[in-house]
Write a protein that binds this ligand. Structure first.
Ligand code: C5P
Length: 249
């Protein structure tokens, strides 16, 4: 296996690979190709609902950091229970919708605290809010969801609400990271999908930044799916992305 330098290791820990696969077998092929690169693995609904907690435990036993991207949004008591179970699973990050409101976000934190109080060996996961989905444009937000104003203003408002509720950060477009940092402070994490290396296909992402631009713009973690999962050589693609991230510092 190619040895990985310390600098690459540090930057790889800020790269979240979106495992958008239908099952464990297909995700496993990519994981094998990325072996030795200490990136974060993002497990979303499609894979989790099929492969379940065992798949997450397996990633953890291989030493990966895991972002469980299930975007919980329910009554506070139910989200508290969900957060409790997710914490017991040992993930490093999970998320809830800021649209669930302060009480729901605070309940997520309580669920984490109760799990940690019951088992001191558990890791404290970062709890991240989803603000406005990048698929939500202003017309949808204004006319269907019923929130007036611009998407950018709504994202900042949700980020402040999440910060006040004690959450650790938000998922947002890389174009919004700087505004979120100025509104919520440098320690408030920004997790940014919508990343495309220079020259690669935008797919269905509309407002993108390159890995280096995103890091330079204040993203703490970048989420990358198809530019790695769809590459002819995913390992080479991931290493190029890590190199580009390093250039952004
Ligand atoms: O393939 P691509 O790099 O576009 O994948 C981006 C990943 O980030 C996907 O897993 C997608 O669900 C997720 N995501 C996103 N936009 C958001 C939230 C999550 O693209 N606002």
């Amino acid at each position: 296996m190619t040895s990985i330098s310390t600098k690459v290791t540090q930057m790889a820990q800020r790269l979240m690979v979106a495992l958008d696969y239908p099952d464990q077998a297909s995700a496993g092929e990519l994981i094998a190709q990325l072996e030795g690169i200490p990136c974060y693995m993002k497990v979303g609904m499609q894979l989790f609902y099929q492969a379940g907690p065992e798949f997450v435990r397996d990633l953890k036993s291989r030493g990966y950091s895991v972002f469980l991207d299930l975007k919980m949004h329910d009554i506070p008591n139910t989200v508290k229970g969900g957060a409790n179970s997710i914490t017991k699973l040992g993930v490093d990050m999970f998320n809830v919708h800021a649209a669930g409101g302060s009480k729901m976000m605070e309940a997520a934190i309580q669920g984490v605290e109760e799990a940690l109080a019951g088992d001191s060996s558990l890791n404290r996961p970062l709890v991240i809010a989803v603000t406005q989905l990048t698929s939500t444009d202003q017309a949808t937000m204004n006319e269907q969801i019923g929130i007036p104003g611009s998407v950018e203003d709504s994202v900042i408002r949700y980020a402040k609400l999440a910060s006040q509720a004690g959450l650790n950060g938000v998922v947002a477009s890389p174009l919004e990271a700087e505004g979120i940092k100025s509104a919520c402070g440098a320690k408030f994490k920004t997790v940014t999908p919508g990343i495309r290396p220079a020259g690669s296909a935008a797919d269905d992402q509309s407002r993108t930044k390159t890995p280096g631009q995103a890091i330079a713009g204040g993203s703490d973690y970048i989420v990358v799916g198809r530019p790695i999962t769809g590459a002819a050589d995913p390992r080479a693609a991931a290493l190029r992305i890590i190199e580009d991230m390093s250039a952004g510092i």
